[in-house]
Design a protein around this ligand. Sequence first.
Ligand SMILES: Cc1cc2nc3c(=O)[nH]c(=O)nc-3n(C[C@H](O)[C@H](O)[C@H](O)COP(=O)(O)OP(=O)(O)OC[C@H]3O[C@@H](n4cnc5c(N)ncnc54)[C@H](O)[C@@H]3O)c2cc1C
Length: 377
Amino acid sequence: MELVLSEYHQHRQEEFRCFADSELDQDHQFPHQNLIKAGNRGYMGLPIPKEWGGAGDDFLTYILMLEEVSKVCASTGVILSVHTSVGTFPLLYYGSEEQKKRFLPNLSSGKLLGAFALTETGAGSDAAALVTTATAVDGGYVLNGSKLFITGGGEADLFTVFATVDRSMGRTGITAFLVEKDRPGLTAGPPEKKMGLNRSHTAEIRMEDLFIPVSNRLGEEKAGFMIAMSLLDGGRIGIAAQGLGLARAALEFTINHLKQQEHAGVNTDQSSAFIIADLAAKTAAVRLLIYRAAMAKGSGKRCTREAAMAKFMATDLAMEAATKCLDLCQSAGCGVDNPLTRYFCDAKAPQIYEGSNQIQRIVVARELLSQKNLSQL
Ligand SMILES: Cc1cc2nc3c(=O)[nH]c(=O)nc-3n(C[C@H](O)[C@H](O)[C@H](O)COP(=O)(O)OP(=O)(O)OC[C@H]3O[C@@H](n4cnc5c(N)ncnc54)[C@H](O)[C@@H]3O)c2cc1C
């Protein structure tokens, strides 16, 4: 770790660790209190420039915060990640001055919660197949359609919604819009009953003859697909940090359990030792992959491959660690209220959202197969 983190980053990492350990609650409700506490400390707008109400920190610092928060509460981790990476960055990167003034300070402070609405029935991995329409009318657009599995669905204040102005154009017809939660015509369904991450509400949002003024269009008409894809690189590094936090939590729980066993006279057998050592080595490797991706993103470099690699490696590791740790702890880990059970249940969705891990592998392979120079492998 010292290979990567500066003194400043180590200091901030310690601060985030203390915050997560001492301030975050883990009850079963939507974590309003956690978000208020995070907002009070500037964590809702950590990588947003100070001129827009953010803390002006670098992307790596933001990723360190997500890792520590997710280790304690992965639901709060994904809410913070979505709010920032794909809920606030759209405005920072593509918003007009007027839009930035209207929304950014409140998003940065946490007064507003941001969300990202791309997925539809039949348009998940293939986002270009979306069918929500934006029909041009006097002064703006009318949106009709519905979006599925939207993080923050019933709780968020501002949605970046993707809709097509011309279905025959496929991805080139997609346009992005800023939709406030109180716009007439917008409704949210109840939170989905998921296997994990239940404190992070995920819901359908429906748009019925929803009028959006031109002043709420984000970027140029038909630039929406490019906007969505460009945001997801950063988003995936956040989800990777969530995976790393979960993997560390499972491993820490299990090592402590084995220590207690040894204390009680039960020695750790060799096969358990191998599992612990393998998981610890993979955790260390994944951490470097994530920090590398975060530094590339922070320096403004294209980081599609780095982000995809970090995302699938870290979230697969979270699932592997939770599964193997449950194998090791057995009855000491599998109660409904046991943290290890929670890590196991929470680890599945991160393999799916912000681009499934199968799709991330395709992204990496495609990029490699198109390159002449493989010296950076
Ligand atoms: C908890 C949760 C929160 C979410 N939050 C949001 C959110 O805030 N905003 C949002 O817009 N979406 C959100 N999503 C949706 C998520 O991004 C999609 O579920 C995801 O992109 C996968 O899409 P899908 O579920 O339609 O699966 P599909 O795209 O139907 O995929 C099914 C399977 O087919 C594979 N597959 C599909 N296409 C290919 C291909 N071309 N080549 C190889 N394999 C392929 C996939 O990898 C997968 O294994 C969320 C999902 C979950 C579970």
